[in-house]
Design a binder for this molecule. Structure first.
Ligand code: SF4
Length: 169
């Protein structure tokens, strides 16, 4: 019981730590991808993440985007464990030889219509790994990409903003 009281006091002392919510994107301010509109994603998007060869920097920032401070879930974006439950893929890293086929298969496993978000410069254009022997190419060279989020790695705010173009919230 004293442990519970201590925990309660800690929660009370720390209070709410989430960043204040920024205003929702205004109509006309964002241009949701055609396939996001076709998929009827407005308000809620279930996301499967695929690391196609990242250095793990982008994963740290995605973890932060979904953590208690940036809290992407409050805008309707949610990570799920299976591509079969997903509306969208978030892909990080350049696509390595070993991950090209798994990425294609994961894309095929997502029920359509579906959306692909390339997160980070490596996903967009291979970034610092361009030309490396183990790299097949950018994400768009393997599966169709609808949204790109720039940065190496992108800040969590940029990841949240990119996902909000899908949820519209
Ligand atoms: S964009 Fe930067 S942080 Fe992300 S996987 Fe590439 S090198 Fe790592």
């Amino acid at each position: 019981m004293p442990e519970v009281l201590g925990l309660w006091r800690l929660i009370h002392r720390v209070g709410r730590i989430a960043e204040p919510a920024r205003p929702a994107p205004a109509a006309g301010e964002v241009d949701p991808p055609e396939r996001a509109v076709a998929a009827g994603l407005a308000g809620s998007v279930q996301i499967r993440h695929v690391d196609a060869g990242s250095c793990n920097g982008c994963e740290v920032e995605i973890g932060s985007a979904f953590g208690p401070v940036h809290d992407a879930e409050r805008y309707g974006a949610r990570l799920v464990a299976s591509p079969r439950h997903a509306d969208a893929l978030v892909v990080t890293g350049p696509v390595t030889r070993n991950m090209a086929e798994p990425l294609r298969r994961t894309y095929e496993a997502v029920p359509g219509p579906k959306v692909v978000v390339a997160v980070g410069d490596c996903a967009r254009n291979c970034g610092v790994f361009a030309g490396a022997y183990g790299v097949v190419g950018s994400v768009a060279e393997v599966v169709p990409v609808d949204v790109e989020i720039a940065g190496c790695p992108p800040r969590p705010e940029a990841i949240v903003a990119g996902l909000r173009t899908l949820t519209g919230r």
